[in-house]
Design a protein around this ligand. Sequence first.
Ligand code: 28F
Length: 644
Amino acid sequence: MANVHYDDNDIQILSGLDPVRKRPGMYIGSTDGRGLHHLIWEIVDNAIDEALAGYGKEIKVTLNIDGSVTVEDEGRGVPAGINKETGKSSLEVIYSILHAGGKFGQEGGYKVSGGLHGVGGKVVNALSTYFDVTSMRDGEIHHIQFKNGGKVSIEPEILGRTTKTGTIITFKPDPSIFSTVIFNYDTIKERLREGAFLIKGLRMTLIDKKANKTESFQYIKGISEYVNFLNEKKKPLFEVAYLEGGQGQIEVEVALQFVDIYDENIVSFANNVRTKDGGSHEVGFKVGLTRAVNDYARKFNLLKEKEPNLEGMDIRSGLTAIVSVRVEESVLEFESQTKGKLGTPLAKTVVDQVTYDKFTYYLHEHADLAKFIVDKALLNRKAREASRKARDQIRLDKKDKNELNLSGKLSPAQDKNKDINELFLVEGDSAGGSAKGGRDRRFQAILPLRGKVLNTERANQESALQNQEIATMIYTIGADFGDKFDLKKCNYKKVIIMTDADDDGAHIQILLLTFFFRYMRPLIEDGRVYIALPPLFKVTVKGKKPATHYLYTTEELQKLTSKYAKESLIIQRFKGLGEMNAEQLWETTMNPETRTLIKVRIDDLDEAESEVNLLMGDDAARRRTWLENHVSFTLEDDIQIDNL
Ligand code: 28F
């Protein structure tokens, strides 16, 4: 790579940038905030490629006052001489003629991380009101500027001489294309940090001119530090293990660590792009890890001859891992258009081999870790067998409900319509009673929850399933749980958490969300989990025109009291759901026509992982603030929460 020589003649020409402006979605996915940020990723990816090729140690991103963004690298500088075929400057060709780029399939082609053949720059130019490129190369400062989606506004020029090399691009997104042109500092920050984790030693700097803020990320130990970061709020049990190796077209890096909870968090990347749906590299990692642990356990007789092998999922509980592969473009394949899943079959073989070899060695060097993993896997196997029995039990109850009286507390809906039915999880028996009385029994089911819901973050699966509320929820939702969870079987369109608007209520909400997050994640991902918003006040207006108002915030109360300053009001503060009678509860909180529901949504999985973990600690105040910061209490149906 580093030795490939490129010159101005290795450029192919096809067409201008109009196709991009006509169908921006095809090139950047969407024209909302997500698509907007894609513009930055495209340019930063080019800078990263250059750093990966061995040129430059720092990439800077600056959010400018006028809404434009500047990205700078210290690479070789993008080619800027005259292209023989066209007689134009390479700068013009590279950034304004679609599909112009290296001749691919030929030796010497430029390897690109995302596999987009470097169309990134053109796409960004096409969707910008201005696009300005400076390339420092061969001692000269080359410059070109485009306006209005790729029209040359300043002809290619040489601004002077320099001893530096590198590329500087400034662009301003076109507001006629994007529904928003406001960049989010934190989104960019997280992405740059991710890049810094993935490329050891690379410094990524973010500068916000408006907020006068600068942050810089550099990780000498790369993905090992990424694992530390993911486990920051958890309790790690051993040091991070780092494994690396490769074979021909594929390089592999793995970092892993075990923590004290029963959860698995594997984050994988192919050529620095997150593969959220995994793929061959992730499969290879799992296979190699399982094999290494089993072989070790056999060798040291931790697993008796007649015992079956340990299962991968039992080994991986409590595991946090980063799997990062670099795949040569000739064998790079993604299973879906979105790059969410790596296809490359060779990646499985190579990652398996590297993981097996290096982790086997690591286990021999760290006998305490090895023993811990094997013991825990044996325990998990037992728990899994117990949970299989519990599962069977739940199925059995379906046939004969009275046998164990599992769902004795549930008041089911009359109709069996999966596309309409709603399940209310209600705090306390008395509120449960009102809800039962007030509901529309045709499509609303009520499950009252006694006392505190079990904390599924701290309990293992076996004891979780023995908990009556948990078992009843699984039974009534009817779609199984964990990796067997099947959304198609789900009996409800909406699962609605209804608690008092106090600290205890907030805790119950979090515990239930944790349960859904750990045991039925697709239910949240599909937008079926809601939080009901009961009113805080009931105000009765006496006088000429008597009326009743239910209010959800203290601001609303202030407004109303000043409006009715001259009349006499009876203000009743609801301390809990239990204070409302059936009719009031229906009117204010359950009737689809008048109620307010908050939809629970997960945006950032890393964040949700660590947040869920953090929130399970004992600090009630912290939980409360978290809920307040993440749940927007607006009087609109189906509004969203930023993070779980
Ligand atoms: C601010 C964003 O885009 N940096 C870049 C280079 C360096 C080379 C290059 C880029 C030629 C035709 C493919 C230089 N010398 N930062 C960036 N730095 N592109 S983009 O070549 C592009 C190829 O299309 C470069 C020798 N080889 C490559």
